[in-house]
Design a protein around this ligand. Structure first.
Ligand SMILES: *Cc1c(COP(=O)(O)O)cnc(C)c1O
Length: 375
């Protein structure tokens, strides 16, 4: 029988922690503290410990985290925020929703992350913030961005939705966890992320107490005291049930990352000598947690045909991302969408993400790489 290999086997991951998670969920149900139950604070505390003492403000999803971050930084309408064009829509979406202006820049074609030189070229007197996306599980090149942010008094936000647990390695050897390097980090607990819940969830990460306080207030209708609204905020909460699940799964995050790395190592070892596949670069400045294993196909390969072939063999793949943000209809009216970003545009045509999760065993991995070699 032909195997069926999903992009991510969430069921398998659940089965491994089923007893513990079921018990934790049962406790929430019996307490009926569905909103702001004690598990939310407990989880925030534990995640903060994992992230080198940063403060955590949980919220409803990763997109909200980005929106709350921008609101907490109190940017003004018309301010420009520099974002990579090769990423998920969230960053650009919330920038636009707040009447700020996304300035799309190119990425480095090997690491897929924002190109600091492109950021420097995109600076203007209106630039107020940079969002670095740690795409696919590896940190963007942060030191040049930190330097620019310091020199020009800009905010540096990290979108670490795909890189929770990754470590940035500074030139002096110091290491910091993704999300704790800039002013605010934003992450998502969408089910297929490194740390995923059973629905939507997200969090802000910051070492700045003042920003944490502001973010917490904004996420809670702009109030510190009930019914006293100091600012216009949102209703953005992590459900107690999700916090209970996440608090259990957080104990295993390093195991999850190790499983992903070992699957990635198999791919590196077994796809290395195929001239028509370019494997993801592993940078000296970051560890990689492999939320995705994204390859770039040579120009000679028909991606549609390759993807259909793998699908016919029972192997799911995904294209993250088929359309660059500056080419999206939603941003067509922006002046900054009228740019040519060669690396981004090329990647959109050539990338393909292979199955990657915590549950890929040796048989599945061998089947995937053998099938790819047969193409
Ligand atoms: C998943 C993701 C988000 C959004 O997270 P949600 O929880 O789905 O809102 C933002 N940015 C990146 C890079 C993501 O991968």
């Amino acid at each position: 029988m032909k195997p069926k290999i999903l992009m991510a086997d969430l069921q398998g991951q659940y089965q491994r922690v089923k007893d513990e998670v079921d018990e934790a969920m049962q406790q929430v149900l019996l307490s009926s503290k569905y909103i702001n139950g004690p598990q939310v604070k407990e989880f925030e505390g534990h995640l903060g410990e994992y992230l080198q003492g940063a403060e955590i403000v949980s919220c409803a999803n990763g997109t909200d985290a980005l929106q709350i971050a921008l609101m907490a930084l109190e940017l003004s309408p018309g301010d420009e925020v520099i974002v990579p064009s090769f990423t998920y829509v969230s960053c650009a979406e919330v920038i636009s929703l707040l009447n700020l202006i996304p300035i799309f820049v190119d990425v480095d074609p090997h690491s897929y992350t924002i190109d600091p030189v492109a950021v420097e070229q995109a600076l203007s007197p209106r630039t107020k913030a940079i969002i670095a996306v740690h795409l696919f599980g590896q940190c963007a090149s942060m030191e040049p961005l930190l330097y620019l942010a310091q020199k020009l008094d800009l905010f540096l936000i990290e979108d670490t939705a795909q890189a929770l647990g990754a470590e940035y390695v500074f030139q002096d050897g110091k290491r910091r966890k993704a999300g704790t390097i800039g002013h605010i980090g934003c992450t998502s607990f969408f089910p297929s992320k490194i740390l995923g819940c059973f629905g939507d969830g997200g969090a802000l990460i910051t070492r700045h107490k003042g920003l944490a306080k502001k973010a917490r207030m904004i996420a809670n209708h702009g109030q510190k005291i009930k019914y006293v609204h100091e600012k216009i905020g949102l209703n953005s909460r992590l459900d107690t049930l999700q916090a209970a699940v996440l608090d259990i799964k957080l104990k295993y995050i390093n195991e999850y990352i190790a499983s992903r790395r070992s699957a990635a190592n198999w791919y590196y070892a077994n796809l290395d000598n195929l001239s028509w596949i370019c494997l993801p670069a592993q940078l000296r400045h970051s560890s990689h947690v492999f939320n995705q294993f994204t390859i770039t196909l040579a120009e000679t390969v028909d991606r549609v045909q390759f993807q259909a072939y793998l699908s016919s063999k029972g192997i799911d793949t995904m294209i993250y991302y088929p359309i660059a943000l500056h080419k999206q209809m939603a941003f067509a009216s922006l002046k900054s969408s009228n740019v040519h970003l060669p690396a981004t545009e090329n990647l959109c045509k050539r990338v393909l993400s292979l199955p990657m999760d915590t549950e890929l065993g040796p048989d599945a991995l061998k089947y995937i790489t053998d099938t790819i070699k047969d193409f």
